[in-house]
Design a protein around this ligand. Structure first.
Ligand code: GLU
Length: 287
């Protein structure tokens, strides 16, 4: 018998403490799963093995348990699945869609500045970083450091029809409904590094498909990254979930929360005497 229940997931990176924004995302996922009779999974996006640690993972588990959130099945840790991401990368490589990119950060900066001094603005990606100025023609010595990048032009040729996703929440400019992907805004994204044999963009689409995720509920800061995700899904023949990008919890003075804002970490709030009910109130879920 096939299981047609919806599948939701919360996928934090254990490289810092959870804050109010994570609590909001985790609670939304958990409640949507419960209300729809679906499953709720917990995944640790710990590909950055330098910055992620079992102690930080333990902290996340403690925070979620304290909030009254429970998940189905075992926690999936991306660091235990590098072979699966490698297989996806191999298949993109076999299709000629991946190249070795050798430009260092400072070389990228130098080229972009040179272009801007001579010709005019160089394109930025939706996160504000300059689009990679190199390309698949690059060559380097055998021992030169490199990262693996998606050849966006070839990927676009391969995909042919524009890709779209079903947005059940909304983007930064209120975008909702069927959203046509704009992967060209990102240029040649990184798929793997030497020290981390995958990337967020690659492992998230592989895992969402492998885990049968049907609904991705996450912060609006990842809305534009979805353009890259749907292209990778198409290239890899992976299933495409529905997306729900939710609003971001901001500090009282309107700043985005980050893992460095100690004051809003769930642990600090708990230690200062807040209850799970207080947390719900602080993120606008209860009055
Ligand atoms: N690991 C990502 C983060 O903590 C979330 C990824 C996702 O939900 O797609 O920001």
């Amino acid at each position: 018998m096939t299981d047609n229940r919806p599948v939701f997931r919360f996928a934090p990176s254990p490289n810092g403490a959870l804050h109010l924004g994570h609590a909001y995302s985790a609670i939304l996922n958990f409640e949507m799963a419960r209300e729809s009779g679906g499953r709720f999974l917990l995944r640790m996006e710990d590909i950055d093995t330098e910055r992620c640690s079992p102690a930080l993972e333990r902290g996340i588990v403690d925070d979620l348990e304290w909030l009254g959130i429970s998940w189905d099945g075992e926690i999936r840790r991306q660091s235990e699945h590098f072979a699966e991401y490698r297989a996806a990368l191999d298949s993109l490589e076999a299709d000629g869609l991946v190249y070795r990119a050798y430009l260092s950060r400072s070389e990228i900066r130098r080229r972009v500045e040179a272009h801007e001094n001579e010709t005019g603005a160089w394109p930025r990606d939706p996160d504000g970083a300059p689009v990679y100025p190199g390309g698949s023609h690059e060559t380097g010595d055998d021992d030169a450091p490199y990262v693996l990048r998606l050849d966006a032009r070839r990927a676009a040729e391969r995909v042919r029809a524009p890709q779209a996703w079903d947005e059940e929440g909304s983007g930064p400019d209120g975008e909702t409904g069927v959203i046509e992907a704009a992967p060209e805004r990102w240029g040649d994204v990184i798929l793997a590094r030497r020290d981390t044999p995958t990337s967020y963009n690659l492992s998230v689409v592989v895992d969402d498909a492998l885990q049968g995720v049907t609904h991705v509920v996450r912060g609006r800061d990842l809305f534009h990254a979805t353009s890259v995700h749907v292209v990778l899904q198409e290239l890899l023949g992976l299933s495409r979930p529905h997306y729900f990008h939710h609003d971001l919890v901001v500090t009282e003075d309107g700043r985005k929360l980050s893992k460095s804002n100690r004051d809003t970490s769930l642990k600090a709030l708990r230690e200062a005497g807040a209850t799970p009910r207080d947390i719900r109130r602080m993120i606008g879920l209860d009055d």
